[in-house]
Design a protein around this ligand. Structure first.
Ligand code: NAD
Ligand code: LMR
Length: 339
């Protein structure tokens, strides 16, 4: 009986080692802006992710409460809250991934670019600290305008001598989440099976869903594709207007941010064929940053994938978005060089 007990306990130990999350590598994830509308539900979702071993929650205010609350959840990661600039270094040290939803959101009538004046400075100072305290971390930029904040981050890292284009990501996953939801509804296909790449950038017409490549296939008419495209491009505004002055998408964004961070963690851990759309340094078009499918790996971006075949409608959309996206990229670079 003793033998039986020993062997069953050692096999259950083995099973635990093989299958439990405890065998996944140690990974520290930091969220900057963790007490905000996105930050709080994102902290919750990352606390539920078994690939995370340390969860670091930073904000200029409110993080002790959020951290205490989330820390009581009985999942793998240890949670720590950090508040105020003098704790930013500690919050960042040793991070594998830094997710940035810090900054002001839109109100009705505003464009994402109207957030530039406030958010550019916030992103610049946070990225300066990342360059100092965790220069090897993957950065998931959520703060708007993403089309400019990602180039700002790149410039800050270049100045600090830490820039690695494989490690900087603009999070455009919410555009993909929306495109999938809206397509499934229109095409009457199961939403869990839907895939749709979304390319370009993350504002208005720079968001270009490629419904011609959507799966499962459907026979949607041209006007239906045009309506789906417009709804995806205006998805953020739809939420801003519905919230009527109380901010922009937070819950769906937290979900999208958690999906993207999970993909980054899987890539870091060596899981093969992890592909997500993201706004990254790119050679896919003549623009220096562009969102497209990206294969994630142990060093971040493993491969920036091409656009694939486009419909005439999408080709037109691609040409129309380029001037706006180019201007937003240049605006970010100019800000970072001047400040
Ligand atoms: P929010 O105002 O609810 O939260 C922002 C948080 O950032 C606040 O808690 C604030 O204290 C914090 N913050 C401000 N300055 C900071 C600093 N220097 N360091 C650390 N934290 C700081 O806003 P929200 O709804 O969470 O939105 C945050 C940002 O995300 C906005 O810019 C919004 O436009 C953007 N956003 C992007 C996407 C996307 O798809 N990429 C989607 C939704 C929202
Ligand atoms: C979104 O797409 O929901 C975000 O970029 C927030 C916004 O301002 O629309």
């Amino acid at each position: 009986a003793a033998l039986r007990n020993r062997s069953s306990s050692s096999s259950s130990h083995l099973l635990r080692r093989c299958y439990s999350s405890e065998s996944a590598p140690e990974r520290k994830v930091a969220i900057l802006g963790a007490a905000g509308g996105i930050g709080q539900p994102l902290a919750l979702l990352m606390k539920l992710n078994p690939l995370v071993s340390k969860l670091s929650l930073y904000d200029i205010a409110g993080t002790p409460g959020v951290a205490a609350d989330v820390s009581h959840i009985n999942t793998r990661s240890e949670v720590a809250g950090f508040m105020g600039e003098d704790q930013l270094g500690q919050a960042l040290e040793g991070s594998d991934i830094v997710i940035i939803p810090a900054g002001v959101p839109r109100k009705p009538g505003m464009t994402r670019d109207d957030l530039f004046n406030i958010n550019a400075g916030i992103v610049k100072s946070l990225c300066t600290a990342i360059a100092k305290y965790c220069p090897n971390a993957l950065v998931n930029m959520i703060s708007n305008p993403v089309n400019s904040t990602v180039p700002i981050a790149a410039e800050v890292f270049k100045k600090a001598g830490t820039y690695d284009e494989k490690k900087l990501f603009g999070v455009t996953t919410l555009d993909v989440v929306r495109a999938k939801t809206f397509y499934a509804g229109k095409a009457k296909v199961p939403v869990s099976e839907v895939n749709v790449p979304v390319v370009g950038g993350h504002a208005g017409i720079t968001i270009l869903p490629l419904f011609s490549q959507a799966t499962p296939k459907s026979n949607l008419a041209d006007d239906e594709i045009a309506a789906l495209t417009k709804r995806t491009q205006d998805g953020g505004t739809e939420v801003v207007e519905a919230k009527a002055g109380k901010g922009s998408a937070t819950l769906s964004m937290a979900y999208a941010g958690a999906v993207f961070a999970d993909a980054c963690l899987k890539g870091l851990n060596g899981v093969p064929d992890v592909v997500e759309c993201s706004f990254v340094q790119s050679n896919v078009t003549e623009l220096t940053f562009f969102a497209s499918k990206v294969r994630l790996g142990k060093n971040g971006v493993e491969e920036v994938l091409g656009l694939g075949p486009l419909s005439d409608y999408e080709k037109q959309g691609l040409e129309s978005l380029k001037p706006e996206l180019k201007a937003s990229i240049e605006k970010g670079i100019k800000f970072a060089s001047a400040n």
